[in-house]
Ligand binder design. Structure first.
Ligand code: LCS
Length: 367
């Protein structure tokens, strides 16, 4: 059932007052809570093995709400140097405007990570695998370092979903998701989720999400809850297809390097096997012909869509340097291993032969 309503009626004035005062449970107004949000939150908390969850209207709303609720003026945040472009922008540009200092580091290097932490560091923020370089960060090691400094470890689990990786079980404090991606799974909604301990999620719900206002529409979270019903079967197929596509690309004469944690050649393949239950559906690669060759490939795909976003049942291809990560300065992108020619492929659940033959015909256009 979809509770497609902005408000909920009270029996009488006294009941309304009791609900506002928190003396009686019950819904008031959809920005403060809605049965569809409650259901989704319970499901996500259970999947991530966390105490509670908060649903938000986008991944960015989830990330900004989570960070603003644990940081204040004078605090410091350490973040991984390879993040989704808008997350990087939020942490590097917007948080400093509110008096929150930010430092970026290769969080897979534990010595460098430890050296970046400060007494006033209140949060460590990572994505693993990183969008789009597929670098893996050891979640347990990051949690240990974070806790030594009394900081919360926040992990963006968008690429993996709780089906493949559960950061809270490895010591993380808060998990955030762009539910727009694999959780929804069908490219038809924008949504976000935060999972964490009840003392933080209740603060987020009662104060930050309520006052920042980034709540999802009841219809979108109903669609999201429906998407989650097929999460396991979709993720199995994404993983299977991505592995076959990565192996195909490794053997293509036009391809220089393939970044996929399932390949034994991935520098952190062993760590990936340890902390992930599968390698996911995202594959990035550099072509020998660099950016020009990448553009030829992307302009010639037929079944695969040239589009940003990821995690849909449909395969999507994009160019991070000019699209999703264009807001990250070039020197920072290069330092984190994101080359100008890197192509990112979100491998869908279509017949893998169709995906591979589309890539093959598009690659054949490279001179
Ligand atoms: N976290 C990750 C890892 C993401 O990839 C994205 C969006 C977000 C958070 C933000 O989620 P949203 O607000 O869009 O729901 N990533 C995108 C991408 O790579 N292409 O288009 C959007």
């Amino acid at each position: 059932m979809i509770y497609q309503t902005s408000t909920f009626t009270f029996e009488n004035v006294e009941q309304g007052a009791r609900r506002f005062a928190g003396l009686e449970p019950g819904y008031i107004y959809t920005r403060i809570g809605n049965p569809n949000m409650t259901e989704l939150q319970e499901r996500m908390a259970s999947l991530e093995n966390g105490e509670d969850a908060v649903s938000a209207c986008s991944g960015m709303a989830a990330i900004s709400t989570a960070l603003l609720s644990i940081l204040k003026q004078g605090d410091h945040i350490v973040a991984s140097n390879m993040l989704y472009g808008c997350t990087y922008d939020l942490i590097s540009q917007m948080l400093p405007d509110f008096g929150i200092e930010a430092s970026f580091v290769d969080a897979s290097d534990t010595n460098a990570l430890r050296a970046t932490m400060r007494p006033n560091t209140k949060a460590l923020y990572i994505e693993t695998p990183a969008n789009p370089t597929m670098k893996i960060i050891d979640i347990r090691a990051a949690a240990d370092i974070s806790h030594e400094y009394g900081a919360y470890l926040v992990v963006d689990n968008t690429f993996m979903t709780p089906y493949l990786q559960r950061p809270l079980e490895l010591g993380a404090d808060i998990v955030v998701h762009s539910a727009t991606k694999y959780l929804g799974g069908h490219g038809d909604l924008v949504s976000g989720v935060i999972v964490g301990p009840e003392h933080l999620t209740s603060k987020m719900k009662k104060r930050y999400l309520k006052d920042l206002g980034g709540i999802p529409s009841p219809f979108d979270i109903w669609l999201l809850a429906r998407g989650i019903k097929t999460l396991g079967v979709r993720m199995d197929r994404h993983c299977q297809n991505a592995m076959l596509v990565a192996e195909f690309l490794v053997n293509c004469p036009q391809v220089a390097t393939v970044y996929y944690p399932g390949l034994p050649s991935h520098p952190q393949h062993e760590l990936a096997k340890k902390q992930m239950d599968g390698f996911g559906g995202m594959v990035s690669f550099d072509l020998k012909g660099g950016l020009d060759a990448g553009c030829t490939l992307m302009n010639n795909v037929r079944m695969i869509s040239l589009a940003v976003s990821l995690g849909s049942v449909d395969s999507l291809i994009e160019h991070p340097a000019s699209m999703t990560h264009a807001c990250v300065p070039q020197v920072e992108r290069h330092a984190a291993g994101l080359t100008d020619g890197l192509v990112r492929l979100s491998v869908g659940i279509e017949d893998v032969e169709d995906i591979i033959s589309d890539l093959k015909q598009a690659l054949d256009n490279i001179k």
